[in-house]
Write a protein that binds this ligand. Sequence first.
Ligand code: ADP
Length: 430
Amino acid sequence: MYRNSWQSEFIQFCTVVGLFTAFGINSGHGFLGLCGGLLVVILNSYRQLFQFYRWLVDRDNEQPWGYGYISNAAAFIQRREAKYKNVIAKQGKTINQLNQGLESLNDGLLVLNAAGYIINMNSSAQLYLNLRRQDIGQQIRHLLRAPSFVKYLNNAHFSEPLELDIEPRSYQLQVTEFGGNQRLILIRDITERRRVETMRQNFIADVSHELRTPLTVINGYLELLQGQLDSLPSPLAPALDNMHLQGQRMTLLINDLIELSKLESVGRERRGEIFNFTDLCQRTVNQLISLRDGCHLSLSCDADVVIEGFETEIASAISNLIANSIKYGDGTEVVISLRRHRNGYEFAVKDFGDGIKAEHLDRLTERFYRVDSSRESKVGGSGLGLAIVKHALENHDTQLHIESQLGRGSRFSFVLPEARIHEVVCYDSE
Ligand code: ADP
């Protein structure tokens, strides 16, 4: 093509200049004819350049015509444009289809740039978060000011989704990071799921409350009858003992169910009161001494740790952990400690029992999960202890950590986060 343009340009040039020169020679002014020919060629090139410029700026103008470089370049540009128009139309169609797909989603989708400005969102996201299309380009933190959301976004730990209440509905927000710190937020309406969950919790709490009173009466009569054993036929004694034992287990189960549903129903945003955690550990150990049955309980703390939280919930968590170590340990020793940790203060309970197989560890905090039901039914327990611990700790922004080795015992621990610690008074080392 370059060669063709060059050839046409050269032929055009030679023809015009040649014709003018021949005409000049013919009329006795050869030089003038040559100059005239060159002038015509130059003017024609300027005309074509001008036409080309006008056509480039506005395609409504006439396209430069002729056989030279400029007209060929214009034809080349036109062919390229037609090709790209095709590609752009195809891409536009794909983007439209994608947008329609995203629009038809029930879940909300929100795309943020690294600084938290909205790049795009679908209509469900607008509906759920009370946003408008005009909000694209705005800082999300200025539009969605819920402290839990701002904290979640700032902390940038997105492994767990965030549950957000925007009255009257509840949403779950799951953030995925992509392409250099951009964030895709998937918003799911969980109002219905929450409603069913609340109904389930209320049902369990109501049933447990209703069962408690008749059970107290039955247990009372059983105790009365046990006191009258002498006047009753002797085969009744073991049956009464068994009924009394089962009655106590049911009471324990019902109390644990009530406690668990209370823990599940409270909001996580609460802060609680200020209390001395070290004192609480000491009191709990003293209370559990009656359970220990020859087992040595040792408590070591390196400071008075004053925290912000709910004393009854934390008391329940640590007493469940210590009672389990007494029940499932080797019966000789349980070591309880409270030590400085890089993220706060760590409470740990260690026993030297049979330990737990690794495959069970993740499921221990599920309701009624037991490693060995036959053994556990002998030692007693509701199967809800660790579920209670899990919820009580989650309500205090921390988690249960379990380490165990078969034949060497188990260690249950949690870290009281820095944000919950009000004051630490270290003991004198002397
Ligand atoms: P339970 O009322 O049966 O003790 P938990 O929820 O407190 O219920 O504990 C669940 C299960 O975890 C127990 O049944 C037991 O198998 C296991 N477990 C808990 N603590 C220990 C421990 N210190 N050592 C070994 N196993 C334990």
